[in-house]
Structures are given as structure tokens and as C-alpha cells.
Write a protein that binds this ligand. Structure first.
Ligand code: FES
Ligand code: MG
Length: 568
């Protein structure tokens, strides 16, 4: 008997008896202890996470596959994190999920892992954990919701909420219409079906090689979601037998491809943070400059909300992610391995596009190369900031205007209806970073002042050390690092200062001279810590800045799977 789990179930004497005996209370027969691979199915199921509430069903399909291939599947819960309910932000808890899952994966008698995720933070959280433990692993994301439908038109989750908010404020729709739309938008299990962070991370998990081809796009309720889950169950047993580990799949080349795929799909800015965090666990070099440099050659091909028109169901029927990757194949590392067993080239062998409106051809893109996520630097963001060009207004991408500074989104909202400003103003929203808020919430795309909305203005430049939902849009400079709460230059901006955004020049400049900034720095005082106890205290004391993936400093790198000491 070999394998990691054999140290538990194959043990002689008292310990072996304890390990086997209690497991038998689940009605399993002797064969499960014969040295076969024990597969842990790490699920982020929760009824408080609408996007993941169907993962028990997906897990059952995985289990069928594991049994079929001669493995012993055991489903175990990891912290479910939902974007819609968690306060102050699900991002505060991504590292908690990653830490908890890592510990459970290591402490239990597991030989391989199936990672079940869906909502935004659950995919990177589980990938971070599996990277640090580095046991053979395969991911199965839960799939997107069916397209929303209302008054004969489609409704994309998230994106349309921002639009309804604007239309309601502008008086062009009624509260009653909004209430009906609410029910029409989320009409099946699954995660947001726009190209928000959940869809983006599902696609990137597939692009990295960590989930089976087509797995990112099958709708949550499609029978093929269960089929791909069952296949993943079969595959993980083979991956254990061949000892294929995340570190051999998620290589530097895989991350380079993930950045390119993110550009091609018009993916979420949040992916930049999550990729940096996962790479940090694996010891793969990955910087913001990689994001800008690698993404520059890649046009946006996928016409999905929030940047475009369609939804994930459309992308699925158009050929799924393989059809997108096939378009940019000349830019990808085709010889690298994936969890499917072959190379990326093999994964794309049967790719075909069935709808050129949804997946544009490389030579007739939806947006030209270099219009995805851009990385900005300058005296206002020495360690970088990002902007999603495809979600921003072309006219504002080179803009200079006076700053109007708010210390919190609450402070802004309290006065926004009364603000008498014009659209040249640059709204600065600070203390929204990893340590400041805490947890770096998706608040950067604050709604415009009502006076401007009523005049038909729908966009203005906003600058923030927080994040923006992957489903949102606008000329919003995000992830400004270092953040205000650690004394980044954003903390020194005063209302009336001139700020210049130059996206083509990749610059974000505060037009205040260094002597004046030095004087302001002398006067600056760090805010009091947000919390004196618990997870939030641990988080704020150890969280890294956005450009390092906002992981905790002591979680960077790998811990392996060894636990030499027995429990009894
Ligand atoms: Fe879960 Fe959007 S709220 S994916
Ligand atoms: Mg989100």
C-alpha cells in the first residue's frame, strides 16, 4: 500500500483502527482502505452563497467519476464566500478560505483534490490553497446562471444592477419595473453570467490548465456541467496515479497564457490580484508589468457584458473557452500540460466557433490589441494601479481635472445628490484598500452625482485604492498602490489638486510638487486599526498590497503536504 492516505488507513495498531473504524460509520466497505487514492472534494457550497448553492449536485457527479476510476471520494466543506451578502466585502475573507482550505487539505488523509467553486473569491481561494499544498488537484467551477430575461431583452447579473441604479436615479424607470427585473435576472443556479470576476476566474482556471476544456462555460443547470464534473472525478484519480501536481500545471508559461486569455475575454480587473496571489503561492514570478506587457498584443474577442453585449450562455453555445483560445493560439504556449492529460494544443484540437458575434475572429476583434487591463504608474501610484480600458469611456482616457476627495464611499454617497460639479472633476475615493476598508471592497465605481446623471452624463474619472466589480464599467482607476491607509500618495491628495490620467501613456499623475507633498506627509497620520481582534486583526496586520495579490505575508509560498506527527 502506497500513497499519502495509506499512512492513515494502512496503519497498523491503534491509530489505523481509529482512522478506519470511524469512517466505517458512513457505510463504506473494506475496499476503500485498500490503498486506493482518497480524493478530497473541497466544496465551497453554502446556502448563503447563491452562486454556489448547487455545488452538492456537482459534487455527486464528481463522486461518480472518482468511484468509476477506483478512487475513494470524500466531500468536505471549505468556507463559502458570496459577493452579494458578505460584509464588509467577500475579499476580506478570500485569504481565510485559502488558509482554511490549505490546512484541511494538508491535515486530512488525502491523495488528490477536486476544487468546487463558483462565486468570485472561491475560485482563487481554492487555487491558492491547492498551490500551497501542491497535491494533485483539478478544479470544477459551478457554471454560470442562465441568461436573465426581462421585457424581451437580456439581463446580465451585476452589470444591469449598475444600469438600473443610474436609470432609477435619472427617473427613466420605475421602482416597480426594477422589482420585476430583480426576479428576472437571477433565474437559475450558478454564478454571475456576465464576464464578471466569477466567469473570468472560471475561464482563467481553464486557461491555466486546472479545469477540463469547456468546463468554464457550461451553464450551472446544463447536463454537461454534471458530465464535466464526472469526468473531472475520473481524471483526478489518474492525476494522482501519475503524480501531476498544481506546480507542474500552473507554470510561468501558464500564467502568461492566463493574462492573454484575460485580455481576449475582456476579463475582470480582479483577475490581476487573484493571479498574483496564486502565483505567489507557487513561487512563479508575476508582476503588474507582466499584465500590461503580455496583454498588449491581445485584442478583445469576446463580446460579453460588461464591456460588450452577450452573456456566458452565449459564449458556451459559441464554442466555449477553447474557441477563444484557438483564436489566439499563435500567442499561447501550446506545448504546456493541462489536467486533461495532454497539452494545450490537444485541449484546443476540436475547438470551433459557432457565432462570430460572440467570439470575434483575431483579425476582426471586438476591441483592438492593448485595450484590456492597463497598468498605470506615476507619483500617485508608485506601485501601480489598473484600469479596464474596454469598460472606460474613450474620451476620458486622457483627462486632466480637479480632484474632489472623499475619505469613504459613505461620505461620498451622503452628499452626492447635492454635489454641484461638472464632469471634468476627478472623484478620489480613498481608504478603500486591503488594510483601509478593510478588505479592498468593490466600491470604486461609485454612482455619479444626480445632477450629472440628469444632464445625461454617464461617466467620469474616478480614482480609488479599492476594487470594482468585474461586472461594472466606467473610467475608474483601481487598486492604487500603495493604498492610502499605509500612507500611499493617494492619502495626500487635497480637493482642488490637478490629477492627470493618461491611459495610452500608462500614467497617473498628481500635479503637486514634491516639496508640498513632503509637507503634507509630515501632517499625515495613519488611521486607527479597523479591528482589535479575530480574523480582521490578523488580516490587517499581515495583508500585502494589491500589486502583490493582497495575500497575507506569511501565506506566500508553499507549505507542502507533509504532516509527520500522529494525532493519537
Ligand atoms: Fe457570485 Fe457574482 S455574486 S459570482
Ligand atoms: Mg464581484
Amino acid at each position: 500500500m502506497s500513497g499519502r492516505s495509506a499512512a492513515w488507513f494502512g496503519a497498523e495498531g491503534r491509530s489505523g483502527m481509529i482512522h478506519r473504524s470511524w469512517m466505517r460509520n458512513q457505510g463504506v466497505t473494506d475496499e476503500v482502505f485498500d490503498g486506493r487514492p482518497v480524493i478530497g472534494i473541497a466544496t465551497t457550497w453554502s446556502e448563503l452563497v447563491p452562486c454556489n448553492a448547487h455545488l452538492h449536485r456537482v459534487a455527486e457527479a464528481v463522486k461518480r467519476g472518482v468511484w468509476q476510476s477506483g478512487g475513494f471520494p470524500r466531500e468536505f466543506p471549505c468556507t463559502g464566500l458570496g459577493e452579494t451578502l458578505l460584509r464588509p466585502t467577500a475579499m476580506l475573507y478570500r485569504n481565510l478560505l485559502a488558509m482554511e482550505a490549505e490546512e484541511l487539505m494538508r491535515a486530512n488523509p488525502l491523495d488528490g483534490l477536486v476544487l468546487l467553486s463558483g462565486c468570485d473569491k472561491t475560485t482563487p481561494g481554492l487555487l491558492m490553497a491547492a498551490s500551497s499544498v501542491d497535491l494533485p488537484a483539478i478544479m470544477v467551477t459551478g457554471g454560470p446562471m442562465l441568461s436573465g430575461r426581462y421585457q424581451g431583452r437580456q439581463l446580465g447579473s451585476g452589470t444591469q444592477v449598475w444600469r438600473f441604479e443610474e436609470e432609477l436615479a435619472a427617473g427613466t424607470i420605475t421602482p416597480a419595473e426594477c422589482a420585476v427585473a430583480e426576479g428576472a435576472m437571477a433565474r437559475s443556479p450558478g454564478h454571475c453570467m456576465t464576464m464578471g470576476t466569477a466567469s473570468t476566474m472560471a475561464c482563467l482556471a481553464e486557461a491555466l490548465g486546472m479545469q477540463l476544456p469547456y468546463s468554464a462555460t457550461w451553464p450551472a443547470v446544463d447536463a454537461r456541467r454534471d458530465q464535466t464534473a464526472q469526468r473531472a472525478g475520473q481524471r483526478i484519480v489518474e492525476l494522482v496515479q501519475a503524480d501531476v501536481r498544481p506546480s507542474s500545471i500552473m507554470t510561468r508559461e501558464a500564467f502568461e497564457d492566463a493574462v492573454k486569455v484575460n485580455a481576449a475575454i475582456g476579463g475582470s480587473t480582479n483577475a490581476v490580484i487573484h493571479l498574483a496571489a496564486i502565483a505567489g503561492r507557487l513561487g512563479v514570478p508575476f508582476s503588474l508589468d507582466d499584465v500590461d506587457a503580455l496583454g498588449r498584443d491581445v485584442p478583445t474577442l469576446v463580446d460579453l457584458e460588461p464591456s460588450g453585449r452577450f452573456l456566458m450562455e452565449d459564449l458556451c453555445y459559441a464554442g466555449g473557452l477553447p474557441a477563444v483560445m484557438a483564436e489566439i493560439a499563435s500567442l499561447l504556449h501550446l506545448a504546456r500540460p493541462t489536467v486533461a492529460g495532454g497539452t494545450v494544443a490537444d485541449a484546443l484540437a476540436d475547438a470551433a466557433c459557432w457565432n462570430r458575434e460572440v467570439i470575434h475572429p483575431f483579425d476582426r476583434p471586438m476591441a483592438p490589441a492593448g485595450s484590456g487591463t492597463a497598468v498605470l504608474r506615476g507619483n500617485l501610484a508608485p506601485d501601480g494601479a489598473v484600469i479596464k480600458q474596454s469598460a472606460a469611456s474613450p474620451a476620458l482616457q486622457q483627462h486632466r481635472g480637479p480632484a474632489l476627495v472623499f475619505e469613504s464611499p459613505e461620505e461620498y454617497r451622503a452628499v452626492s445628490d447635492e454635489l454641484d460639479i461638472d464632469e471634468s472633476t476627478v472623484l478620489v475615493l480613498r481608504y478603500c484598500g486591503p488594510r483601509g476598508y478593510p478588505g479592498m471592497p468593490e466600491v470604486a465605481n461609485v454612482g455619479l452625482p444626480r445632477t450629472l446623471l440628469e444632464r445625461g452624463v454617464r461617466d467620469m474619472v474616478r480614482v480609488c485604492d479599492g476594487r470594482m466589480s468585474g461586472t461594472a464599467y466606467g473610467t475608474v482607476v483601481l487598486h492604487v498602490a500603495p493604498e492610502a491607509a499605509v500612507g500611499g500618495p493617494l492619502a495626500l491628495v487635497e480637493t482642488g489638486d490637478e490629477i492627470e490620467l493618461d491611459v495610452p501613456g500608462r500614467a497617473l499623475t498628481l500635479h503637486v510638487d514634491d516639496d508640498e507633498l513632503a509637507r503634507r506627509r509630515e501632517r499625515w497620520r495613519a488611521p486607527a486599526p479597523a479591528e482589535s481582534r479575530g480574523w480582521t486583526r490578523l488580516y490587517t496586520e499581515h495583508v500585502l498590497q494589491a500589486d502583490h495579490g493582497a495575500d497575507l505575508d506569511f501565506l506566500v509560498g508553499a507549505g507542502g503536504a507533509e504532516v509527520p506527527r500522529e494525532s493519537h
